[in-house]
Design a protein around this ligand. Structure first.
Ligand SMILES: [Zn+2]
Length: 349
């Protein structure tokens, strides 16, 4: 098979011939049709964040067709359309047993990020229990982004514990942010979105945000107060996670409000402890999602009300061009790479 291989941090990926993996007894093999690309991938190529042993195949937004099944797999047949859950949890620790698999204490790997090769390839194998079916009417690009952009937004909104008519301020209106806008609206919240890009501000409104503004030329704290009748917002969801957004988020919250942190950078910085304590604010971290969140995310995307967050398609062979566009800030939502097989089936659809 062909795969885009990361051979050296800082270098472009190399599209080349590698051995096609064979499924173990409890695994299925997916013929990859599409794989999303995002900031986590960019960081990895540069050698930040996850640093797998090289050579390595990245890519953690994976969809395809089950192509072969292991000898002990009974619930999957070749030909099924599916997406992949990225975490390889132990199934036995405190967190696995309380259905928080994404923070498993004995994680064997994360697909396309650590130990387990990912989806910038024509095929990959994974445990059958980590595969979820997708309906035929969900396109390959829309299916691909479910295991990262959509699940992260859905789990983040769950962690926010949004109540009907609560106000939420979302920092970042890219792939995860525009998913979070839509899911928070589905949950009955009033949503304001903030981004540094005028195009993403416009897109946030198209995705259903009740208000959106550009952080470069606006006072986000004041606008968030105006949006919430002067009280401060009930919740902030920070998809960016830099010092400015975290500090503005804490200032924008009403007493008792919740700050949900999705995005992060290598930065470490101080926070306003007095404001946190005296206003009983909550800071809530959130990582991707639980396995059940992946199933729920498929239902959200398949349900018909969710607008596609995919704005750009590239042939997988041209992955470096896609990553350059992402690095240059040219991708408004999500970019998705299509394998030769994926392109062929999309022509048929
Ligand atoms: Zn575990």
């Amino acid at each position: 098979m062909k795969a885009a291989v990361l051979k050296k941090f800082g270098d472009p990926l190399v599209w080349e011939e590698v051995p096609t993996p064979e499924p173990g007894p409890e695994e299925v093999r997916l013929q990859v049709m599409a794989c999303g690309t995002d900031g986590t991938d960019l960081k990895m190529v540069q050698g930040f964040g996850y640093t797998p042993v090289l050579p390595f195949i990245i890519g953690h937004e994976i969809t395809g067709v089950v192509d072969a099944v292991g000898s002990r797999v009974t619930d999957w047949q070749p030909g099924a359309r599916a997406i992949a859950y990225n975490f390889f949890p132990c199934g036995r620790c405190r967190h696995c047993l309380t259905h928080r698999e994404q923070i498993c204490q004995n994680m064997a790997g994360v697909m396309g990020a650590r130990v387990k090769h990912g989806g910038y390839a024509e095929y990959l194998c994974l445990p059958a229990r980590q595969v979820v079916a997708i309906p035929a009417h969900v396109s390959w690009p829309d299916a691909a982004v479910i295991p990262d952009a959509v699940i992260t937004a859905l789990h983040g909104v769950d962690r926010a514990r949004l109540q009907l008519n609560e106000t939420v301020l979302i920092f970042g209106a890219g792939g995860v942010g525009s998913s979070a806008i839509q899911i928070a609206k589905m949950r009955g919240a009033r949503v304001a979105a903030v981004d540094r890009s005028a195009d993403k501000v416009r897109r946030a409104l198209e995705m259903g945000a009740d208000a959106a503004w550009n952080s470069c030329d606006s006072d986000s704290v004041q606008l968030a107060r105006d949006f919430s009748q002067g009280f401060g917002v009930d919740c902030v969801i920070d998809v960016v996670g830099v010092e400015q957004t975290m500090a503005a988020g804490i200032e924008a919250l009403r007493p008792g409000g919740r700050l949900v942190v999705i995005g992060y950078t290598p930065e470490v910085y101080g926070l306003n402890g007095k404001r946190l304590a005296q206003n009983e604010l909550e800071i809530i971290g959130t990582r991707a999602g639980r396995f059940q969140d992946l199933i729920d995310s498929v239902e959200v995307v398949a349900g018909g009300r969710f607008k596609s967050i995919v704005t750009d398609l590239f042939p997988m062979e041209e992955v470096n061009r896609a990553m350059d566009a992402l690095r240059a800030g040219e991708i408004l939502g999500r970019a998705v790479l299509l394998t030769p097989a994926g392109r062929k089936t999309m022509e048929v659809q």
